[in-house]
Structure formats: structure tokens, C-alpha cells
Design a protein around this ligand. Sequence first.
Ligand SMILES: C[S@@+](CC[C@H](N)C(=O)[O-])C[C@H]1O[C@@H](n2cnc3c(N)ncnc32)[C@H](O)[C@@H]1O
Length: 228
Amino acid sequence: MTSPHSEVPPRQTIIRCSAAAPLASPQALRRRMLAWASVAAAFGVRDTRAQAEAPPQPQTRSEPPPPPLDLDPPFVRTPNGVVDAMLDLAGIGPGDRLIDLGSGDGRIVLAAARRFGVPGLGVDIDPTLVERARAAARAQGLAHLARFEVQDLYETDLSQASVITLYLLPDVNLKLRPRLQALRPGVRIVSHDWDMGDWPPQRTIVVPAPDKPVGRERTSRLMLWVTG
Ligand SMILES: C[S@@+](CC[C@H](N)C(=O)[O-])C[C@H]1O[C@@H](n2cnc3c(N)ncnc32)[C@H](O)[C@@H]1O
């Protein structure tokens, strides 16, 4: 039988995502604009506005580098077929408890509740998205399983999760990584598109994503880590 996804050998699983080049000027506006350009680049979106409004400035050696950029990932939906593949890659099933960090419209938590009866928590910094996810849970009769909270994902208590899903940004994954690695053994973590630096995933698959809203390639790369 043909598999809908292709397995990527472990040696090919690390994607290096280059950060924005150090800037000569520390001006806040310019930093912010280039930060968004870097987010757009990470998600494969061309941000011509940022390029037009922030022309390159000459670099000087005397100025210190700016502080590291601290960015929130924007809301970009995981296509439904990719959501299913993420849950399948995690091997989710009865007895699991899911947390989706940065849950957007709630689709990953809702799919886990609908397909597997698994209870889940989605946290998002954006109250409008949390309200949208709660409304979807009510409309689908899943509110008893799918819970959504307005919360900064760096503050979320992960201790009750057996499965954690992420569709964030490379730097955010790296910031979360020490907390993920400190979880009890056997917790499965699935990340959409972004890796964990030099923490190699146990499995990597590439799945078709014809309706993916970002990027030039209509595929998604899914990676699985199991703690412990
Ligand atoms: C790329 S979207 C992923 C949405 C959803 N998980 C999915 O896969 O369809 C990232 C989400 O993270 C949320 N987010 C960004 N920074 C956050 C933070 N510090 N704490 C919680 N959520 C955050 C955004 O509002 C956005 O909804």
C-alpha cells in the first residue's frame, strides 16, 4: 500500500533556520519591521512592505548588536489533513492528554477530541482566537473534552500532558526545549515544520499540504520527539 507521506531518514531531519542578520542600528521601529520580515521568511511569506519601508542601512562597526528578537508566532492554520497526520504521528489514543501550545482556532485539540475522545487543552495569547476555539468546541459538542485558555505558552503547566503539539517558530521551539526535555519519560512532542536545533527527532515525515496557506512547497514536515 502506498503511504500518503514520506519518511525522512534521521540524518536529513535537522533544518537550520538562519536568524535575521545582525543589524547595525538598534532603532526599535526598524528592529520590529525586520523582525516581522524574519517571521514572514520563516513561514515562507514574502513581505514586500517591510522591504519597501525599511531600506537597508549602512552597517557601522562601532554600534553594539541589538538585543535578541522576541517574537510571537503569527496565527497560521495547520491544514486539516496535516492535523490528522500530526495526531497519527503522535500515536494519540485513549488515556492521552493533549496540549497544543499556541492553539489558534483550536483545530488540533478539537480533532483529537473528535477522532479519539482525547481530552485536550489549547492555550493561545490571542483572546479572540480562544473565544473562536471555545465556540467551535460548543458547536461541535466537544466542550467537555476540548478546553481553551488565554495564556502565554511559556507559562503553561505541561506536567499533565502526554502529547504536546507545536506549530510555532524555530526560536520559540528552542526556548521551550529545556522544559520539554525535563518532562517525564514517554511524552510525545510533535512539531509542524520547525525543529529543535540539535535535539534530533525520533521520526520525521513529510506530508502533502495542498491547502497550506504559507510557503512555496505544498508539503509539511512533521517531527516527533519522545522524552526520556
Ligand atoms: C502558527 S499558529 C498555530 C495555530 C494552531 N496550533 C494550528 O496549528 O493551526 C501559532 C499560534 O500561536 C499563538 N501564540 C503566539 N505567541 C504565543 C504565546 N506567547 N503564548 C500563547 N500563544 C501564542 C498565536 O496567536 C497563534 O495562534
